[in-house]
Structures are given as C-alpha cells and as structure tokens.
Design a protein around this ligand. Sequence first.
Ligand code: FAD
Ligand code: NAD
Length: 565
Amino acid sequence: MHSAISLSVAAPFPAAGARSDAFPLAGGLRPAGIRFCGLRREALGLRRLRSPATGRIPPAPARGLPRTVAAAAAAAAAGAGNGSPASGFDYDLVIIGAGVGGHGAAVHAVENGLKTAIIEGDVVGGTCVNRGCVPSKALLAVSGRMRELHDEHHLKSLGLKVSSPGYDRQGVADHANNLVSNIRSNLTNSMKALGVDILTGVGTVVGTQKVRYGKVGLPDKEITARDIIIATGSVPFVPNGIEIDGKTVFTSDHALKLEWVPDWIAIVGSGYIGLEFSDVYTALGSEVTFVEALDQLMPGFDPEIGKLAQRILINPRKIDYHTGVFAKKITPAKDGKPVLIELIDAKTKEPKDTLEVDAALIATGRAPFTKGLGLENINVVTQRGFVPVDERMRVMDANGNLVPHLYCIGDANGKLMLAHAASAQGISVVEQLCGRDNVLNHLSVPAACFTHPEISMVGLTEPQAREKAEKEGFEISVAKTSFKANTKALAENEGEGFAKLIYRPDTGEILGVHILGLHAADLIHEASNAIALGTRLQELKVAVHAHPTLSEVLDELFKSTKLDT
Ligand SMILES: Cc1cc2nc3c(=O)[nH]c(=O)nc-3n(C[C@H](O)[C@H](O)[C@H](O)COP(=O)(O)OP(=O)(O)OC[C@H]3O[C@@H](n4cnc5c(N)ncnc54)[C@H](O)[C@@H]3O)c2cc1C
Ligand SMILES: NC(=O)c1ccc[n+]([C@@H]2O[C@H](COP(=O)([O-])OP(=O)(O)OC[C@H]3O[C@@H](n4cnc5c(N)ncnc54)[C@H](O)[C@@H]3O)[C@@H](O)[C@H]2O)c1
C-alpha cells in the first residue's frame, strides 16, 4: 500500500514544529555554532511523503508557481510553522525586502527551522511579481500568439487558415494584471501559511543584529535577529536629461500596464527589457526605433547570437535603430507636440539627430534600491548604490572587513540581476546559516530573454571563454548546431534557431552554452545543471534524449564535441 510505504519512510523525521523536543537545547542554551537547521526538510513536502505531524500527504506543488511558492504551499500543508528564535534574539533571521530574493530566503529558512521575519515597505513580490518577470511574460505570451496568427506563411505551411486576428488592449492588460494579483497572493499566502512573520514598513539597519521598521506616521518598532539579509532590490535607472511623465515617456513600471499602444515608440536601451518590449510592441502593431549607446544592438549577448538575433528579431520586423548614440535629452509629448529625443554621439558627445516619436520607453538598466537602509550606521559604503558583498553574499564594510551577521542578496548587490539568481543567493545564505558552507556558482545560473523565438545562455560567451583560455593557458573548442537539424522543430515549422557550446576538449568541461530558438529558455537547464554539478561532456555524450524532442538540440551539441580523452 502506498500509505504504508509513505509512513515508513516518513516516520524517522521529527514532527513538524517539534524542534525543541528533538533538540532539547532549542530555545534554551544553544551551544555556539550549532543551528537547528535541516530537521524537517523531507517532512515538509519537498518529497511527497506523508506528513508525520498531520498524517496527511502534502498536495503536489501548485501549477504555475515558482518552486519556492509551491514548496511553501506543500510545507504549510504539512503543518510546518515558524520555529523559536535563537536565545536572546527576537528572530533567527530578519529579511528586509519581500521580493523573490527575500521570499526564497524566507521559505528556505523556515523549511530549515529558523524563526524568520520579512519586512516589506511596499507590496509583497517586489519587482519580479509586480513590475517585472510576471507581467512581462504575460504580455509576451500574447505577443507570441499574435505573431503566430499573423504569420500567414507559417500558418499556410501547416495547412491552417485564420482570418483577421486582432486583440483587445484592455483584455491583454487584464491578463497581465490578473496574473500579477494571482501570483502575489499565492506568494503572500504561502509565507503566511508557513509562519513567516510578514512585517509592514520600511526596514533600516540600526546596528549589528538590529533592525527598525515602521510605517509613515506610526512609531517605529525595533527587532533583533541573529542574522539579517538585505534584499531590497532595484528600480529603473533613468539617465539625467530624460523626463519621465509616465504617459508618453516611461519605464517598464508603466509600460507593463499597457495603458495604450503607441503607433511609434522609441526604446532607449537594447538589453533584456528593450528587446522583450520590442517583441510585445511590434506584435501589437507599433513601429519601434531602438536607441543604443554601444556600437551594436544587444551588446550583452554572445556576438554570434547577437548577429542572429538581429537577423531574426530585428530586421524582418518594423524596427529601426540608432547605435553608438546616447539619448541626451527626452521631452514628453505636450500641447500637441510629439516626444522629442535629442541624440548625441556616444564617443564624441557631438549632437547627432533629433527624433520625434509618440512615446519613449526608457530601458537603460536598473539601479539598486539601497536608500534609507541605514548602511552608514554600520560603516558600509555602497558602490554605485550596490551593497558590496563577497562570494558568500556577506556584506563588507568601508575597510573591506566583513560585517558580522549581515548579508545582501539579489539586485541590491548587483552580481546578477535575475529573479532566480536572487532566490538562489538567498538559499545559499540560509545554507550557510545552517552550518553548511555554500558558494553559489554564478557561472551556472542561466538567463533567458523571452522573445519569439527565445534566447538563453549560461556561462561564458565565446570572447570571454577565449580570454580566460589565453590567460590560464588552455584550449577551447566550439560545437554548433541548427534547429533545422531537429525533427521536433521542423514538425513545428520552427527550424530557425541555433545553439552553440563552448568547451574544453582536454577536460570535457562546459564553459558556456547559448541558444536562440523555440523554447530556448527551457532547453538551457540541461547545460546549467551540468555546469552546476560539474558533469563532463564524456558523460553527457552518452546520455539519452527522447525522440523527437527539442532537447535533442543539446544532445546534438554534446555528441558533436571532439574530446582529447
Ligand atoms: C520588466 C522586467 C522584466 C524582468 N523579467 C525577468 C525575467 O523574466 N526573469 C528574471 O529572472 N528576471 C527578470 N527581471 C529581473 C527581476 O525582476 C529581478 O532580478 C528580481 O525581481 C530581483 O529580486 P530582488 O528580490 O533582489 O528585488 P525586488 O524584486 O526588487 O524586491 C525588493 C523588495 O524590497 C522592498 N524594499 C526595498 N527597500 C526596502 C526597505 N528599506 N524596507 C522594506 N522593504 C524594502 C521593495 O519594496 C521590494 O518589494 C525583470 C525585471 C524587469 C524590470
Ligand atoms: N528575461 C529576463 O531575464 C529579464 C528581462 C528584463 C529585465 N531583466 C533584468 O533587468 C535588468 C535591467 O534590464 P535593462 O534591459 O534595462 O538593462 P540592460 O543592462 O540589459 O540593458 C541596458 C541597455 O541600455 C543601454 N544604455 C544605457 N544607457 C543608455 C543611454 N543613455 N542611451 C542609450 N542606450 C543606453 C546599454 O548599453 C544596454 O545595452 C537586467 O540586468 C536584466 O538582468 C531580465
């Protein structure tokens, strides 16, 4: 019987919430260095075991939720709760900022028996849920379908006929809004159910292991914690000279509400945000003009991928561009006049051109949000606003010394401005707090741009790998394949795609993988896990992939590598 098996497996784990029974010292005199972590991992529904506390089998993770939310829901169902704090403190862990980084850390901390509070000054979910990944992917889901429905050649080749597809702007905006509300309440409820104390107000570090928080007009409260994590994220960076009115000149914060679809929009900056919005706007009928300071569009990507992206994502669409120029001054539309953009040469600073457009989206990067955190109270000086940390996310003071018990994760430390990186850094910190040393290998963290088709990458670009090889004295090789060689891609009539693998032929180590093509964002994980786990190509070459699947794109790459041994 299933239940008998579940029970016999689950039985050895202590009951949820029974930490002090299992460890008599908990909440009392705890020997220095011992943390009551990792007691309830399996009992918390990470594996679907019967909960020893409730006798119930936790539900399968909810569909469509980030892992941490799903794990939290399962953990809550298993009867987990917030533990008791370390002796002498209000909490084991206080996290400032309830974005995805803070949430990931909070859930992992409670899973590991740490009494945890999270302080949020605005709404739970931070940038990713409210103004980033979530609403942008909802808009991109619409743009993908619009593209397909408008691609007569593609439809005809599949034998399909569709007449006059269109969209309802408010309906599209509602889809994004509803998704945000849904994910935000899932995120909030999961933390509440798990017993994380959600404290409302702006958090300030007032001293070692001490945080003050409060709402405007109300007296502040002070709490102590054995450890503190700063997870205060970032806000859009707007260069001087650009006037934001939120209507005709705006950042992604406004654009995601899709209050209107301009006929002609300039997008300043061709990074992730610029590129994803160009996909949305052109699918909804806008013409786009990119303004990019560097000499080529999409300067952050591997150059070969950048070139192909230009051929697939830019040239065939209603997009033109100015590269090597700064938007020096942007004036919003007013009194019947259009938005004015004054361009200067990025190198000589000479005036170049003036654009007149209906709207301008400013996508020139993000600035850390570290104001008001009270870092001066602990002698920490930010670097261009970012909180300086070491490889374990431990905060460093102005003299380069570690600040005891203080960590910073996510966008606020500027290591890698991605949602899953913020969350992974939070988990890494909690692992350390539990006495398990952990250094996140940032080269194993994948990234994806959710255009149609998608772009994904992990590890080094080819120029970065060549530079490293030269410095360290080893050879690199590059394997390449086209989606045209993949049966599933051809069945979907989506053969336009490319993947490359940069590796060391002497050791079989993967240095980087870059993919542009259908479902590239999902495909990258086989490579990122291989980098994280140190799996070599010798093993990957003989791994089996189902046929016909897109995963065979990577299989093809692995098999075509030429190794010395
Ligand atoms: C348009 C857009 C699309 C994106 N798409 C993706 C994507 O597809 N995939 C991806 O991986 N990343 C994406 N990102 C990036 C991702 O959103 C961020 O990397 C991620 O949100 C960073 O998480 P964080 O927890 O560090 O900070 P945030 O999510 O910014 O959260 C910080 C939280 O701290 C709160 N806070 C700040 N100061 C205080 C204080 N003193 N006291 C209390 N609370 C405070 C804030 O209110 C906020 O809720 C996107 C970003 C944007 C803008
Ligand atoms: N799919 C995703 O994972 C995703 C999606 C959106 C955003 N993000 C994250 O959000 C962060 C911010 O994204 P972003 O696209 O704003 O930044 P970005 O750093 O990716 O790109 C900014 C671009 O703007 C250009 N630029 C800067 N100042 C300029 C100026 N004055 N005139 C013209 N060009 C200028 C830069 O050269 C660069 O190409 C990124 O770090 C990214 O990690 C991730």
